[in-house]
Design a protein. Structure first.
Length: 180
């Protein structure tokens, strides 16, 4: 289970990085904040939809995993069919030393906006990771019955999502108004 979850997270992060690059590549600068806010909304609503979906099946059944896999596969196929991206033209490096490492390094001192964006993204990811701990905390600390954990986590997640959706969409459009 742990290895499968690590593989799922790795694949999700590949997809997430590619999707974020689409905003910078395909959305005009004056609208990026609003679009990013809407993407933030979908990132919050997605797990909530997943929780609601798996709660429709027997707890611990293979159908829960198959339902999530089917939705993820469908989303991937739709993205490939609907999103078209033109590769950027880049000069090839002439020296072979450290090409791979240099491709992944962006100096936060030279690019402070990127540094702040990276820090915010890191903190948001930490917050999401803490949210996955809810079920264990409810079981161990509050003695919530195993049969009730799914619906309790869903209710807690709903509160979080409502707050996150409101703040991300408003902040995104506010960003566009201030910057653009």
């Amino acid at each position: 289970m742990v290895l499968l979850w690590c593989a799922v997270q790795a694949l999700f992060n590949f997809q997430y990085a590619a999707s974020n690059a689409l905003v910078a590549d395909q959305v005009p600068a004056g609208r990026r904040g609003g679009v990013s806010g809407l993407i933030g909304m979908t990132i919050a609503v997605g797990p909530l939809g997943g929780l609601a979906l798996v709660n429709g099946f027997e707890a611990g059944s293979a159908l829960q995993w198959l339902a999530i896999a089917a939705v993820a596969a469908l989303g991937g196929v739709l993205a490939v069919l609907l999103l078209h991206d033109t590769p950027a033209k880049r000069d090839k490096p002439t020296d072979g030393r450290g090409i791979l490492l240099r491709a992944f390094w962006i100096s936060p001192r030279r690019h402070p906006a990127f540094g702040w964006a990276w820090l915010v993204r890191f903190l948001i990811t930490c917050a999401y990771a803490c949210g996955t701990y809810h079920a264990f905390y409810l079981l161990q600390r509050f003695d919530v019955a195993e049969a009730e954990v799914g619906s309790t986590v869903l209710q807690l997640s709903l509160i979080t999502v409502v707050m996150l959706v409101g703040s991300s969409v408003v902040a995104g459009y506010l960003s566009d108004a201030i910057v653009g």
